[in-house]
Each structure stands twice: as structure tokens, then as C-alpha cells.
Design a protein around this ligand. Structure first.
Ligand SMILES: [Zn+2]
Length: 313
């Protein structure tokens, strides 16, 4: 059995994907990637990214040939949580760090694949879409960026903890966001548009903090939203009924997921852009405080309604 180590071995970078490093190893040793894969005993001709890709491989021999401590192998592979309802790990590169890739062209780090990663963990630079055009690279407004950071944090914690309940709630949030703003479907988490990506992460933040108020505000501004929600979620009839009731109490407000104030006022000059009544916000916040940020949406609405009614007596 051939265990001869490769003659040239550029060291792996911090958090570099195994696939990225193997491509650099192939380049340094003047061979093609499929050729290197065969030499390493891999069944496939593309570099492994997940532990399952190494199922048929003698891992000890693999690590010896690469002069890679077996403990380091695990940290170069991607892992997916099948039980988590929201896909959080991209199947291909979709973003990069300009600073790190300027030092080492073609490099791909593991955390760049995560939907919640907005900054490079190695150098702190902001990550940018891999194939973003000028529109896709446009900087989102600061408020949206702040909410997206919060949503990204919720997503990262829930995924790392394997919190199935939060995952389901985020999945429902993304389904609702996709109905209310069709461009914000699940795939927007890996979008080549910074605006769409920040918008979907901000929607997750809303879904985990004040989901009912957020949906009600969008419904208030879009008369067709209720019909679309009823058609998409026929099993959530009672929840949509409650939302419709809440919408009736809300002041008119032009809110669309992902839009900033400047574009809103240009597109809807006649809309009244007043804030929701403080009592609604206070009731929503109190309900979240009482039940926790991961509580069921229907339950949050029920408690918020009860708080509102008590306050009005
Ligand atoms: Zn970097």
C-alpha cells in the first residue's frame, strides 16, 4: 500500500476547508485534483468536504500521506444537522474575504460556507458575495445590517445547539417571508445580493423577537398578503385570523421586508409612515419576555392580546 507523503506540502490555513487545501496541494505537486484524489484512495474525483465523503477511505493512511494530524482533519470538514429545519451550510462557495483571498488566491475557509457568517473570523473583514455584481455588492442600510447581525446570531446559536424548536420557527419565518416578499425564499440565505441576504437574516431576527407584529405590519401595507398567507398556510387559519384582527387595530405603515426608509418614501410617497402604537410594541415585548424568544407564534399572539386587553381596561 502506497503511503509515500507528498513531496510538497503548503501548510493549511486557519479554518481552511479540506477541499481548498487539497486543491492547493495538487497545484503545488503539479498534478490534477482528480489525480490527487485517486492517489489518496478516495472513491470520488472531487475533494471531500464532509466526513461521509471519507467513508471508504483508510483515514490513517490518508492523514499519513498528507502529513496531517488526524485531530486536525475533523476541523477541516463540514457537518450538516439533518434534524435542523433550516439549511445553514452552503453546498458550494458563495462568499469570500477579499483580504484573505488577496493573500492566498483561491483559498476557501470553512466558516465562509455558513449562512450566518457575515465577517471573516480570521481577519475581521466583511465577507462579500463570490459572484456579486455592482447591485449585489451594494451596502445595505445600517439599520438592516444591525438586524441582520442579530438574526445571524440567533441562527448560529440555534444551529450549534441543535435547537430543533428554534429551527422549525425559523423555517416558518422564512416560509412567511417568502410569501410576503417572494425574493426572500430560503435560498436567499446564500444570495449573491447583499441586500437580499441581510434582509432574510433580518427576517429571522424579526421571527425570533416580534414575529406577529412584523407580519401584521406587512399585511397592513399589502392587502393581498392575507390571501397569499391563507393559501400557503391553510392549516394556520386561526393564526391568520388573529393576525388579520391585529392588522385591523394597527395604524397604516409602509413596511416591506428588506426596504430601507429612503426607498420606501420614494416608492410610496402617499403612505403614512407612522410608528406602531407603543401599546402594541409593549404588549409584544412583554409577551416575548414572559414566554421567551423561542415561544410558539400563536401562543405569543394570544398572550400579547391578553396583555393589550388588560391594559385597556
Ligand atoms: Zn479574512
Amino acid at each position: 500500500m502506497n503511503c509515500k507523503p507528498l513531496p510538497r506540502r503548503p501548510a493549511p490555513f486557519q479554518d481552511e476547508l479540506l477541499s481548498s487545501w487539497l486543491a492547493r496541494l495538487a497545484d503545488a505537486n503539479y498534478c490534477a485534483v482528480p489525480e490527487l484524489c485517486r492517489y489518496l484512495g478516495l472513491a470520488q474525483e472531487h475533494p471531500p468536504e464532509m466526513l461521509a465523503d471519507l467513508a471508504s477511505v483508510d483515514v490513517d493512511r490518508f492523514c499519513t500521506t498528507l502529513r496531517l494530524p488526524s485531530n486536525d482533519l475533523d476541523s477541516m470538514l463540514l457537518k450538516r444537522r439533518k434534524e435542523f429545519a433550516v439549511e445553514c451550510v452552503s453546498w458550494s462557495d458563495f462568499q469570500k474575504c477579499r483580504t484573505c483571498t488577496s493573500k492566498q488566491p483561491g483559498i476557501s475557509l470553512r466558516h465562509w460556507r455558513f449562512s450566518w457568517s457575515l465577517q471573516c473570523e480570521v481577519c475581521g473583514s466583511e465577507l462579500v458575495p463570490l459572484r456579486g455584481d455592482s447591485e449585489g455588492l451594494a451596502q445595505p442600510p445600517s439599520g438592516l445590517r444591525r438586524r441582520a447581525q442579530e438574526g445571524a446570531r440567533y441562527l448560529m446559536i440555534a444551529y450549534r445547539q441543535g435547537n430543533v424548536h428554534s429551527g422549525r420557527r425559523m423555517d416558518l419565518t422564512l416560509q412567511v417571508a417568502g410569501v410576503l416578499a417572494p425574493k426572500l425564499r430560503h435560498g436567499a440565505k446564500f444570495s449573491q445580493s447583499r441586500l437580499d441576504r441581510h434582509s432574510i437574516l433580518a427576517a429571522i431576527n424579526l421571527g425570533m423577537t416580534r414575529p406577529l407584529l412584523a407580519v401584521a405590519l406587512v399585511m397592513k401595507n399589502d392587502p393581498r398578503a392575507e390571501r397569499r398567507l391563507r393559501a400557503t398556510f391553510p392549516h394556520k387559519r386561526k393564526l391568520v385570523d388573529r393576525l388579520a384582527s391585529l392588522v385591523g387595530d394597527l395604524p397604516l405603515r409602509s413596511v416591506r421586508i428588506g426596504e430601507n426608509h429612503k426607498t420606501r418614501s420614494k416608492k410610496h410617497p402617499t403612505c403614512i409612515t407612522s410608528s406602531p402604537k407603543p401599546e402594541y410594541l409593549a404588549a409584544a415585548r412583554q409577551a416575548i419576555t414572559e414566554l421567551g424568544a423561542t415561544a410558539d407564534g400563536g401562543e405569543l399572539l394570544r398572550v400579547a392580546e391578553s396583555i393589550l386587553q388588560t391594559a385597556r381596561r
